[in-house]
Unconditional design. Sequence first.
Length: 384
Amino acid sequence: MKRQISIVMTLITILTSIPALTADAIGKGEYATSQASQEGQSAGIRRMAVTALSENMMRALPDYESALETQSLMGTIVEIVAEEGYWRQVNTPEPYTAWCTNLGLVEMTPEQINEYKAAPKYICTSMHSGVYASPALNARRLSDLSMGDLVRIVYSDGTSGLRSKGTKVEGKKAKDNTKISRKGKFVEVMLPDGRKGWTSASDVAQFAEWAEKQHITPERIVNTAMQFEGTPYLWGGASSKGLDCSGLVRLTFFMNGHLLPRNASQQVLNGREIIMECDHSVTPDSDGLYKEMQKRITNLQPGDLVFFGTPETFWSKEKITHVGIYIGGGKIIHASHKVRINSLIPGQKDYYENSHRLLKARRYVNWQGPGLTPIIQSPAYFLW
């Protein structure tokens, strides 16, 4: 009997010593924060990191088989909020919370993060590029680059941080005579992990100067979006290698110097609402669909975001499931199977089969309210 009691007491001791998931974490399908993370958080220390890959795969759970939620571009600053083995759960600037591996991040102290923000950078403006060990396209490649990636500028004196006294903080224009390190058609760069390499000068722009010049017009939004035509559809994709519907919209605005929320259900909440009268009794095979769709697009202008889904009923709430960009002439560009152009008008050769699900439209051109942030004003990218 004493031996049985001893065994039971030992089991209780072992079980109570195992860190448990909270009821809230279990309900949300989240993993408990590691002891190290808990200690850091309890001490008020934020664990910060910089995305180290051209696009970091952000998953719902710490498992390679888990769904891809989104992608984080190289140079993006994130906060580490939990860990499980070599997986890190991070908050991104969108904001978005998801899991990636530790090799996709370069962890930094708060002081190093501020130094990183202050360092002048390049932004990749080409659809795809690379960083090479020497200034030649046939040299060993250190990393690939995707549109929107950020790398630090290297100067002729070998430095990559703030220039000199009087330099505007956060990596805005360097106000001294130190020259950018350049050889032929290549410029020298520093990757987030500190490695130096070379990339084509025509594939990048100085980030701060680029961000200061960006503005949103219907033409710029449409032209940028059309650069991605033919890009494969990728659930959770937010880079030039693969895009989902809201990823296309967000990357289009990002490359015009502005930040939008990540998902369509968030993007529909802001911007200027465009009046759209919808008769949801008209079905896809109805004779009245042509007139109905002509009516719905009456007030649309190029650059408007158009949202699709199911309307609110007595039994259910409205649900937004898809977004595209109106380009004029009754057509949209959107990521559906691939990034493609379709007509909203029945009878057209490129008619979009789900046009009848069009519910709402929002206009972010000339919008200065919530939901749209100029990158140059974002503390996620620049020190203020």
